[in-house]
Ligand binder design. Structure first.
Ligand code: PLP
Length: 376
């Protein structure tokens, strides 16, 4: 039996002395809930994404739900990709809407824009693409379709902070961009999320919704909207400020890691590697691989895990998940690309803390796994 020589998780945060100092300063100040750091973090995030307003919340899931509510989308159908994790569809359900799933493009694993229009009905309230695995969705086509049908676009940018489509940041195309700051994201504050928008009214409504439905400046307990406690803390903002200062280096390192893996694995007939187009700038939330021959994925995964390399499967279509299938399946719909990717795709880590030795070890293990499977 092979013993694990190394342990390479799918994600490790880049936390150093800068974060420690920021947090210590905030703890000493006593301003651990609200405070100046929170305001500064929101301002800096807005500048980074290239929007006028940022509203922080306590998770990416909350960001998605709050903005659907802030936009006043209710009892509508929200068109989204079937390939994502549960928060995307859950936020649509939580906000009183129905998700309508669209198949993906097997090349970039993002919503296939050419399949959106056939799902648009009188009940459609928004289009919600996800920039999956740090790769931007085709925003040119999505915006074109949205404009034609006068629909707002909400971008799920949980995995794509810093990713660009034609040099423009994801999260700055639609009416709202929703980001996650959880532990394995491009930058992290442990948990957390934020909404990016140029719409001042939506931002204002989002601030009220995250604060129980009450304007924070009012002391008379007047609830103008349905709300939650989705607040982000000044302590988290302190970590976020330190993280945001180094985001360019973090992304550059992710891109270097991805380039190394692509160089090492290029030309292997069984593998489809992430292939960035000229107008794309990916941030490689992870390094996705698609195994072209059915039946290979689980064997490669097992081999890598035996070598101490953590592997995750690419998302299965949401409509095939037990809960969703039972409660609101899409009878008659088929999602061949999403199914193929869900059955044959996997990802490994691509985060900045991976060393050159880790990357070499990963690439060699992937190659070795395929050779071994061929021999068997
Ligand atoms: C694509 C996508 N959307 C939404 C979320 C939700 O973010 P959070 O975990 O911060 O609630 C995540 C993250 O986990 C995600 O990967």
């Amino acid at each position: 039996m092979t013993t694990a020589q190394k342990s390479i998780p799918v994600g490790v945060p880049d936390i150093d002395e800068d974060e420690v100092q920021e947090v210590t300063r905030v703890v000493r100040s006593g301003w651990i809930a609200r405070g100046n750091e929170l305001e500064e973090f929101e301002k800096n995030l807005a500048q980074y994404v290239g929007v006028e307003q940022v509203v922080t919340v306590n998770s990416g899931t909350a960001a998605l739900e709050v903005d659907l509510r802030a936009l006043g989308i209710e009892n509508k159908e929200v068109i989204t990709t079937t390939t994502s994790c549960a928060p995307t569809a859950n936020s649509i359900l939580h906000s009183g809407n129905t998700p309508v799933m669209v198949d993906i493009s097997p090349q970039d694993y993002n919503i296939d824009p050419e399949q959106i229009e056939k799902h648009i009905t009188k009940k459609t309230g928004a289009i919600l693409p996800v920039h999956l695995y740090g790769r931007p969705a085709n925003m040119s086509r999505i915006l074109e379709i949205a404009q034609k049908h006068s629909l707002p676009v909400i971008e799920d940018c949980a995995q794509s902070l810093g990713a660009k489509w034609h040099q423009k940041m994801t999260g700055s195309f639609g009416e709202v961009g929703c980001f996650s700051l959880n532990i394995n994201k491009i930058i992290t504050t442990g948990e957390g999320g934020f909404i990016a928008t140029n719409n001042a009214q939506v931002a204002e409504r989002a601030r009220i919704i995250r604060n129980y439905g009450r304007e924070i400046s009012r002391s008379d307990y007047c609830y103008t909207l349905f709300g939650y406690n989705f607040k982000f803390t000044n302590l988290q903002a302190a970590i976020g400020l330190a993280q945001l200062r180094k985001i360019d280096r973090l992304i550059q390192q992710r891109r270097k890691n991805a380039a190394y893996l692509t160089r090492s694995l290029q030309g292997i007939p069984e593998l489809q590697l992430p292939e960035e187009k000229e107008h794309e700038f990916g941030v490689y939330f992870s390094y996705p691989l698609f195994l072209k021959c059915p039946g290979l994925r689980d064997r490669v995964k097992e081999f890598l895990e035996q070598r101490g390399i953590e592997v995750r499967t690419l998302f299965r279509p949401m409509c095939d998940q037990p809960y969703y299938k039972k409660s609101w399946g899409s009878p008659g719909q088929s999602y061949p690309n999403a199914e193929l990717v869900g059955e044959n795709g996997l990802y490994v880590g691509c985060y900045p803390r991976l060393t050159p030795e880790d990357l070499e070890y990963m690439a060699e293990a992937i190659k070795e796994s395929l050779k071994k499977i061929k021999r068997e």
